[in-house]
Design a protein around this ligand. Structure first.
Ligand SMILES: *[C@@H]1O[C@H](CO)[C@@H](O)[C@H](O)[C@H]1NC(C)=O
Ligand SMILES: *[C@@H]1O[C@H](CO)[C@@H](O)[C@H](O)[C@H]1NC(C)=O
Ligand SMILES: *[C@@H]1O[C@H](CO)[C@@H](O)[C@H](O)[C@H]1NC(C)=O
Ligand SMILES: *[C@@H]1O[C@H](CO)[C@@H](O)[C@H](O)[C@H]1NC(C)=O
Ligand SMILES: *[C@@H]1O[C@H](CO)[C@@H](O)[C@H](O)[C@H]1NC(C)=O
Ligand SMILES: *[C@@H]1O[C@H](CO)[C@@H](O)[C@H](O)[C@H]1NC(C)=O
Ligand SMILES: *[C@@H]1O[C@H](CO)[C@@H](O)[C@H](O)[C@H]1NC(C)=O
Ligand SMILES: *[C@@H]1O[C@H](CO)[C@@H](O)[C@H](O)[C@H]1NC(C)=O
Ligand SMILES: *[C@@H]1O[C@H](CO)[C@@H](O)[C@H](O)[C@H]1NC(C)=O
Ligand SMILES: *[C@@H]1O[C@H](CO)[C@@H](O)[C@H](O)[C@H]1NC(C)=O
Length: 783
């Protein structure tokens, strides 16, 4: 475990308190919180209860993206919700952290946890009780989904581990995690209902998903979040099987009944479209509710009060809603001296929305200096950015770079963004701004930069430190035209930086990297036989130039946050050897990847016509490539290192006692569902040797092939069920142990509505990617 800082004090910026280990929230912690919430709610009037479950009821707070009003007579100061999931959005003097997809690419559970801790510290410092994150929805059904970068990639096991670590990290600081977006919000196009000029309503897209796919793929990471103790879950904009996710009693009861979730379900902002049908299906809070006269319609508040008065929503349900909202507040002791709100947060955002000329008309939002909550988080951001960088190609040991006297830097993705410290006009410019590095995507999850080390700054600083010369061309059109007239001599190494922007609100228009990326690489490579390409992308992109003979190395760093320049310099010059692995598959073409974005915009449609059937079931990403025998450009789990790792000896499998087919219900449930599902049923041990010359981090991965003849059709050929990131010195060997829980070797049986371990032979395969030809395997029946 690396050093992490836990802060349970009320101070705005937390002092380091030494190492801490993640602590799971137990069922008895929840029981105690439930009791305190029950006592508190028993003192409330009906109107006060309505205020607990309705955003902005009577007293909205402009410093939060959503708020629950306080009740002074009971010393309750209210609850402030702020956007994540990669930093405290809409605020100043905060850090821009690595995005979810970057975090997943690190495959490093300690760094995932430490990022959660640092995020939590910043929210706490700003007085925000709720961090709206982490995200594992969208999971990434579509290569070009606009919000994929916010989540941990399309493998539910990896995403589940990241959800667990993130929730534990965030909540260790006393800040609530609100895991999102539940569920099936896989595309941005028509994600919510729209009203045309003549007032006709077109309903949101409906993601039609069968129960097995829900359980084994889309719900899976949310089960981890609940297991870890997530305070809240945000229901998404879209419909699921015909009903809005926030009024869908079938999917909401998976949370509250099957998974024994004790906290609240809050609607995504403006995802509530009705009162009683939503409250009775299981929605506990409407957000943002009544924020201002200008805001959209809202359905809780006084409307909910009337429904309670005439019995359409029972008083018991209202009490349950209020208690659920308050349980996490007591669970995390937020009643015991939580920092006050930083009032600058509202002003920062209004200045951006309306401009400084409009500011004088906004009485009540003075430009107060912001509270600095960044601490030393930039060190962790730099470390994680480097640890998550994936080396895809490295011909003839081009990397790590030597201190070459002539270095070139090419492309429009290297400088400070010409638009300034934050970008919120993605709806007008879906490819983003032309000039500037991209370290975070757009929409509600974007974060304002207080600090940004660009690739240009960091490379320049390094090259100057040893007396080298740097030649720079930033104009992609000029590079693409191939003449490169200003370059002389041809550099020893040419660093080409490519980018692709993505934002909430729309899906990516292109699968290739933007701004003439292919022409930029090919033109550079034509004159420079040592071309190194660095990618800052939101996830799946195609690399049609990957096999170009002069492209000697490729690094994919995703959206690593504000230390983007330092992180990449650390990797390029070998201070931090690359150890990231792909958390998704890189296809050769978009068509290879699987289902396209569902798109009916070419014709007029009936209100209910946006319906997409998830007929591919579990077969997304590598499962789809395996099932259809498609050769990827780079497979899931792939990543090169400077060290050389290999597996030695045999894989050792130990099954714990005699297993029953299904979980023992007599052992009861706890947050996460049946307790027996979370017990270890077997271990797999393997020996990893570093046979190279340099030390490094290995990421051995365990893939499980379920028996095909005793499982339903459409069972994937293999699924990830374990991984470790371990440091091994040159010449040394380490034993890694994968611990598998009952859930890991079960499938969801639709006939009996439960998890079942199938009869027949399982294969357990350990390798360094999903298609590692040197993987070791063993086969066993478990029953
Ligand atoms: C909405 O909030 C405003 C300002 O706080 C208040 O005047 C109004 O009554 C509220 N409306 C509803 C329906 O609660
Ligand atoms: C969640 O994290 C805790 C703390 O690291 C760990 O003990 C537990 O095994 C994790 N659980 C899962 C299901 O990942
Ligand atoms: C999922 O299972 C539940 C419980 O058996 C059933 O009511 C529901 O119709 C199923 N949903 C789908 C989409 O098949
Ligand atoms: C309850 O009140 C709501 C809102 O006024 C109304 O729409 C609904 O029909 C009423 N229901 C009953 C059972 O009276
Ligand atoms: C890699 O090394 C081999 C053998 O030395 C050489 O033939 C080849 O040209 C080199 N490739 C590049 C891209 O430098
Ligand atoms: C490259 O230069 C840096 C900074 O001047 C120095 O620390 C490093 O040792 C040099 N690396 C090599 C391989 O010479
Ligand atoms: C790509 O390059 C061509 C030729 O240089 C230029 O005409 C075009 O505008 C460029 N497109 C973009 C998106 O930069
Ligand atoms: C690679 O570089 C060599 C030497 O500069 C050049 O002759 C060749 O055309 C280049 N290849 C490509 C594909 O650009
Ligand atoms: C949807 O289709 C329209 C019309 O062909 C096209 O302009 C748009 O780019 C498509 N959107 C997505 C996200 O595929
Ligand atoms: C989705 O499935 C339903 C029921 O089988 C079918 O009627 C509908 O046409 C399908 N929709 C699409 C877009 O394929």
């Amino acid at each position: 475990m690396r050093i992490s800082h836990v802060c349970l004090a009320a101070a705005a910026v937390c002092a380091a308190k030494g190492a801490s280990s993640p602590k799971l929230t137990s069922a008895s912690d929840w029981a105690e919180a439930a009791q305190r919430a029950e006592e508190f709610v028993s003192q409330l009037t009906v109107d006060e209860k309505i205020g607990i479950v309705s955003g902005g009821y009577r007293q909205p707070s402009p410093a939060c993206v959503g708020s629950i009003g306080g009740i002074p007579r009971l010393d309750f100061e209210g609850i402030c919700f702020s956007d994540g999931p990669a930093g405290c959005s809409r605020s100043d003097l905060v850090s821009v952290f690595a995005s979810g997809i970057t975090v997943a690419a690190s495959w490093d559970v300690d760094l995932m946890f430490n990022r959660g801790v640092a995020l939590g510290e910043e929210f706490r410092g700003k007085g925000a009780h709720v961090h709206l994150g982490p995200s594992s929805g969208p999971i990434g059904r579509h290569a070009t989904g606009g919000r994929n970068w916010e989540s941990f990639g399309p493998d539910p096991y990896l995403a589940g581990v990241a959800m667990n670590a993130s929730v534990l990290g965030i909540q260790s600081t006393g800040v609530q995690a609100c895991s999102k977006h539940y569920i099936g919000n896989e595309q941005e196009l028509q994600r919510t209902s729209t009203v045309s000029h003549d007032g006709t309503v077109t309903e949101a897209i409906s993601s039609n998903i069968d129960n097995r796919t829900l359980h084994e793929l889309y719900v899976w990471p949310f089960a981890n979040a609940i297991y870890a103790g997530t305070a809240g879950i945000m229901c998404s904009y879209n419909r699921v099987n015909g009903l809005y996710a926030c009024e869908n009693s079938a999917t909401l009861s998976i949370l509250k009944e099957e998974l024994d979730f004790r906290g609240y379900v809050v609607s995504d902002w403006y995802a509530t479209h009705g009162t009683a049908s939503f409250a009775n299906a299981g929605l506990d809070i409407e957000m943002p509710g009544n924020t201002s006269a200008a805001a959209g319609p809202h359905y809780f508040g006084d409307a909910l009060l009337r429904m309670v008065q005439n019995g359409t929503v029972t008083p018991d349900r209202l009490t349950d809603m209020a208690e659920r909202v308050l349980r996490p507040y007591f669970l995390l002791n937020q009643d015991e001296g939580f920092p006050t709100l930083d009032p600058s947060s509202g002003a920062v955002f209004l200045a951006y929305q309306l401009g400084h000329k409009a500011q004088p008309h906004l009485g009540g939002y003075p430009m107060l200096p912001a509270r600095n909550v960044r601490g030393n988080h930039k060190e962790l951001i730099r470390e994680l950015g480097a640890a998550a960088t994936v080396l895809l190609k490295n011909v003839n040991n081009t990397l790590p770079l030597k201190n070459s006297s002539e270095v070139g830097m090419f492309g429009n993705a290297i400088s400070y963004p010409t638009v300034g410290s934050t970008f919120r006009d993605a709806d007008k410019y879906p490819e983003g701004y032309e000039y500037g590095t991209v370290d975070i995507g757009g929409g509600s999850g974007t974060v304002r930069h207080t600090h940004l080390v660009t690739p240009l700054q960091a490379v320049q600083r390094h090259v100057e430190s040893y007396g080298g010369r740097l030649q720079v061309v930033m104009d992609n059109d000029d590079i693409a035209d191939g003449r490169l007239r200003t370059i002389y001599p041809v550099p020893d190494v040419c660093l080409v930086f490519l980018k692709s922007y993505a934002s909430e609100g729309f899906d990516r228009p292109n699968i290739e990297l933007s701004w003439n990326s292919t022409a930029v690489v090919e033109s550079t490579a034509a004159i420079c036989p040592n071309t190194v390409v660095i990618i800052h992308s939101p996830g799946v992109v195609t690399l049609p130039w990957a096999d170009n003979e002069n492209v000697t190395a490729i690094l994919s760093a995703h959206y690593p946050g504000e230390e983007i320049g330092n992180s990449i310099v650390d990797v390029l010059w070998g201070v931090t050897p690359p150890s990231g692995h792909l958390p998704y598959t890189i296809p050769k073409t978009l068509e290879d990847y699987g289902p396209p974005i569902f798109n009916l915009t070419t014709r007029s449609v009936s209100a209910d016509e946006w319906q997409t059937n998830f007929t591919e079931g579990l077969m997304i990403d590598y499962r789809h490539f395996d099932a259809n025998d498609i050769e990827p450009q780079y497979e899931f789990g792939f990543g090169l290192t400077y060290a050389k790792f290999k597996l030695e000896g045999e894989v050792d499998l130990q099954v714990r006692g005699t297993l029953s087919k299904t979980a023992e219900k007599s052992k009861g449930t706890a947050p996460g569902g049946l307790k027996d599902l979370w017990t270890e049923v077997l271990t797999v041990d393997a020996q990893v040797k570093n046979s190279g010359e340099v030390d490094g981090h290995a990421v051995p991965q365990l893939y499980v092939a379920f028996p095909q003849n005793t499982t339903p059709a459409q069972t994937p050929a293999q699924v990830l069920r374990g991984f470790h990131k371990i440091f091994i010195k040159a010449g040394e060997t380490s034993t890694v142990r994968f611990s598998l829980l009952r859930r890991d070797v079960s499938f969801w049986d639709e006939k009996s509505d439960q998890w079942v371990i199938p009869e027949g032979g399982f294969t357990f395969k350990v390798g360094f990617s999903s298609r590692d030809k040197a993987a070791l395997q063993t086969t066993a029946s478990l029953l």
